[in-house]
Design a protein around this ligand. Sequence first.
Ligand code: ADP
Ligand code: MG
Length: 298
Amino acid sequence: MSSAIELYDITKVYDLSGTAKVEALRGVDLKIEKGELVSIMGPSGCGKSTLLNIIGGLDNPTKGRVIVDGINITSMHEVKLATFRSERVGFVFQFFNLVPTLTALENVKLPMDLGEKLPLEKSKERATKLLNLVRLGERLHHMPNQLSGGQQQRVAIARALANDPSIVIADEPTGSLDSKGGAEIMQLIQHLNKTMNKTFILVTHDPNVAKMTHRVVHMLDGQVLETTQPSKGEPDVKGALEAQREILLAEMEWLKKALLLEEVRIEKEPQAYNDAVTEYAKRWKQLKRSLRDLRLEA
Ligand code: ADP
Ligand code: MG
């Protein structure tokens, strides 16, 4: 099998105004094979969306190498990158991002018409086929606000497939749906992954969603912690506990560092310093307690 995605030592630093910098990714290595259905999990702010954006050519890494579909897009110029995106990558978002003034059919047709590869009649035919594929053949002329959340997400998935991409990237595709709607979207994604042999990468917070993928990439603090195989039968309680423990320990480490940084305020803002220490101490205690509870459960 050849790789759909190869990431080598990816670093992403966001330069904020002044001297502040955010290291959103810190040396990520990752390979995803063609036809894989992979989920990415991790606490909020750990770099999941940044990673997806870099894979999808929406953003450049600060350092490292990105190869997608055999093409090195690491420092590709924006104009070429836009072509790369429209031809090879489909995007699905948490809040669907449909154009509210266009019908379902027009939304799905839009990327084809922008790509100008198909005559208009053909694009209509293809959009209709795609909407049939996501079981919305009866809703072609509905506006987004006349569709349920789950239906809107199915339109968004059809739109992502418009230009026949080899990779579909979905940032929390079930994040704004209830559990039933989420499960339906996941069944659809599984079906498309299998029958169309496309690579799917999705970010999720939901272990039940992750369980429906081939492989779970666990991220923490800008790094890949580990990748696991979701077990089909019993939930992997031990693994989940281990991951939770890692997350708690990481936050405790962070608190220690943050407290050191606060010390510069001792002289000038003693009250603010004291407040911060009290806050941190409170959080520290909570973390300790959670950690102890996890030990009891293990
Ligand atoms: P996640 O998707 O896992 O919640 P993100 O990839 O969105 O995390 O963000 C990772 C880190 O990078 C966070 O600390 C976030 O605040 C920061 N970040 C993300 N995008 C930007 C940006 N455009 N400018 C500055 N900082 C950013
Ligand atoms: Mg995100």
